[in-house]
Ligand binder design. Structure first.
Ligand code: AMP
Ligand code: MG
Length: 355
């Protein structure tokens, strides 16, 4: 990995001037963080191996975790990957948007982007600022999430600044990310289409276009010993706040009562404790340092708020955190994939606490 030389980091609002500066930096092999509809990305010219290595250095990212290549025009794919008929169907249905497709790679893609795999991940983002930047530089841009490795993905420019100040020259501020969770990753490189990472484009949406789509086994559980991650990113401890997170499952009234008791016990032992609960339960849990994760009827709102909440818990130096859960369906599957990892899959049944 390249040594990091501390640099001055500019945080600029998205406008013609900042975007042309960003395009010049990218063409010059430097790194730029920019907003997308999923989370903020940390971009480099995907065809410049040295520039791509800079991403790994700035993030502290393991070199065996490949990056997603972002484009604004399908014609750019000619040099990057094979485009299968299923891939075209997905692009017609969901691009631009929060869907990453894994396809067989072309030889011109640097191994630094793909971590030496024979496949490559590609996505066309819908965020207007991301699109304007991709058009301005007219390069395929390799970009993972713009957080330091092990931190929650950034959903606001301020999060990127907290993680990357002094490590990259420019952050473009385009407001809060809409989806709030990273893109859905689907592989079309195996025998059957398979979701490697759930996101805003759900299994049902993908199946409406492709027919049956498999789900990678480790989406709602840790990898087993010796089990190979289909998506290398799944190997790593991800999305984890500094405090210990425990998920509480069960009937609504039991969960609220269990949260109250667990909080009281932890606070009584001198911990900096809090609960993550639905808007509907904020009042009932007002004495439990509640953090509002959104409405129980709206998994997309929970997705939108999740990473911001996890970052807030670190800022508040919380060391014991109890959280409600959403049903693992639709966007809720993506929420539980991230929340499960934040909790290292530590789960308690509310009934065991209340009875
Ligand atoms: P990030 O956007 O930071 O979450 O990182 C990109 C995600 O896409 C990681 O989880 C990678 O493991 C995954 N990814 C990128 N390229 C591939 C690939 N060729 N095969 C499988 N997963 C990939
Ligand atoms: Mg990431």
């Amino acid at each position: 990995m390249k040594d990091m030389i501390p640099m001055n980091t500019q945080l600029l609002p998205a406008n013609d001037e900042s975007l042309s500066l960003a395009a010049r930096l990218l063409a010059d092999g430097q790194l730029v963080a920019f907003p997308t509809e999923t989370v903020y990305g940390l971009g480099a010219n995907a065809l410049d191996a040295q520039a791509v290595l800079g991403i790994f250095a700035a993030k502290g990212r393991p070199g065996d975790n490949p990056l997603i290549v972002h484009i604004h025009d399908r014609r750019q794919l000619a040099d990057i990957c094979e485009v299968t008929p299923d891939a075209l169907r997905l692009m017609d249905a969901f691009w631009p948007g929060p869907l990453t497709i894994i396809l067989p790679r072309k030889p011109g893609v640097p191994n630094e982007v793909t971590a030496n795999l024979d496949t490559v991940a590609v996505r066309m983002p819908s965020h207007p600022v991301a699109q304007a930047l991709l058009r301005a530089c007219d390069l395929p841009i390799a970009a993972p999430s713009a957080n330091r490795s092990g931190k929650p993905s950034p959903t606001a420019a301020r999060h990127v600044f907290d993680d990357m100040d002094g490590r990259i020259p420019l952050i473009i501020d385009g407001g809060e990310s809409d989806v709030g969770l990273e893109s859905t990753v689907i592989s079309l490189a195996g025998d059957k289409p398979c979701i490697l990472r759930p996101g805003g484009i759900t299994q049902a949406m993908l199946e409406s276009v492709l027919g049956p789509v498999e789900l990678a086994g480790s989406i709602l559980r840790p990898l087993e010993k010796g089990e190979k991650a289909l998506s290398p990113g799944m190997m790593y401890k991800h999305y984890s706040p500094d405090g210990q997170v425990t998920l509480i499952e069960g009937a609504e009234a039991d969960v609220v009562e269990a949260l109250r008791r667990l909080y009281a016990h932890a606070a009584g032992e001198g911990h900096r404790a809090c609960v993550m609960c639905f808007t509907e339960h904020m009042d009932a849990l007002r004495d439990c340092a509640p953090h509002d994760i959104g409405s129980k009827t709206d998994a997309s709102e929970v997705a939108h708020r999740l990473f911001n909440t996890l970052r807030l818990l670190d800022e508040e130096k919380m060391d014991v955190i109890f959280s409600e859960v959403v049903p693992p369906e639709g966007v809720g599957l993506a929420v539980m994939n991230r929340l499960g990892r934040a909790a290292a899959f530590r789960t308690v049944q509310a009934k065991e606490i209340t009875s």
